[in-house]
Write a protein that binds this ligand. Structure first.
Ligand SMILES: C[S@@+](CC[C@H](N)C(=O)[O-])C[C@H]1O[C@@H](n2cnc3c(N)ncnc32)[C@H](O)[C@@H]1O
Length: 252
């Protein structure tokens, strides 16, 4: 039997072109993709059909009377700003936005309000630790971290503590995207499990893959230095394996 060499179908060509394009222009393509999704999400938000995790954080803080005013915000892991930052940037009097990849930061400059935002392409953990932030009176901090061992030996959000407290005003809200569960199928760096064991004060690394709400709340309450008091601490659901830990603190 003779085999016929058929030309690849249009679908195959399209998928090949997409993959080549993605390799070459990945960040630009992500920007346009996320900008498209953003239009749908905002359509639902404006019509009160949906409330995102960031909207829930702000609504709960408003209801509880705990939202700072005016808001002086620090976004630590900003990406292109299209997932979370754009949802609250308009509420801020000042927003200092950090993203380590200059190409992502350049896209963030296009979408965030230029009159109140400083987009900085730099390492936010180093900026917090070394005190090179432009202000030291932040009253809203978002740490949209990921469960990884990364950069120069950083892990999740742990390396912001306790240095972050030196950069806060007298009252502040810290919002941390926290992974309660790590996908059991996923291979993880053993150092990530060790850091989680230490931060959450667990007996061993086994439990570091699946945390209870109690583990999370207790660990965050313990992370507050003695010159601050805890005003409120609560969880806001986030799709997937994460929750937002919302921590309201006051300097004594
Ligand atoms: C989960 S995404 C954040 C999404 C973002 N909050 C949003 O609203 O779109 C994490 C981002 O943090 C950036 N990143 C990683 N390490 C960083 C660091 N040390 N300082 C600043 N940004 C960092 C990554 O490049 C990535 O774009």
């Amino acid at each position: 039997m003779t085999t016929v060499n058929r030309p690849p179908s249009r679908r195959k060509w399209r998928s090949l072109l997409w993959r080549i394009g993605y390799k070459l222009f990945r960040e630009r393509m992500e920007y346009w993709r996320d900008l498209g999704w953003r239009k749908y999400i905002d359509y639902g938000r404006i019509r009160t059909w949906l409330i995102t995790p960031i909207d829930s954080v702000f609504r709960l803080l408003e209801i509880k009377g705990l939202l700072p005013d005016p808001i002086v915000a620090l976004e630590t892991f900003g990406r292109q700003g299209l997932w979370k930052t754009v949802e609250y940037a308009h509420r801020c009097a000042y927003l200092e936005f950090y993203e380590i990849r200059p190409s992502h930061a350049a896209f963030a400059r296009r979408v965030l309000p230029a009159d109140r935002t400083k987009v900085i392409a730099a390492d936010s953990i180093a900026a917090v630790r070394d005190g090179t932030l432009h202000r030291s009176d932040f009253n809203f901090v978002l740490i949209d971290s990921f469960p990884e061992y990364f950069g120069v030996g950083y892990c999740e959000f742990f390396d912001f503590f306790p240095h972050l407290f030196k950069r806060l005003g007298n009252y502040a809200v810290i919002v941390i995207n926290t992974f309660m569960t790590l996908n059991p199928e996923r291979d993880v760096d053993p150092r990530l499990l060790e850091r989680r064991r230490d931060f959450y004060n667990l007996p061993d690394t086994h439990g570091a893959r699946k945390l209870s709400a109690r583990n999370v709340l207790d660990a965050h309450a313990r992370s507050i230095p003695p010159d601050f008091t805890l005003v409120d601490l609560f969880l806001v659901p986030h799709p997937g394996e994460t929750v937002f830990v919302v921590m309201c603190v006051r300097r004594q």
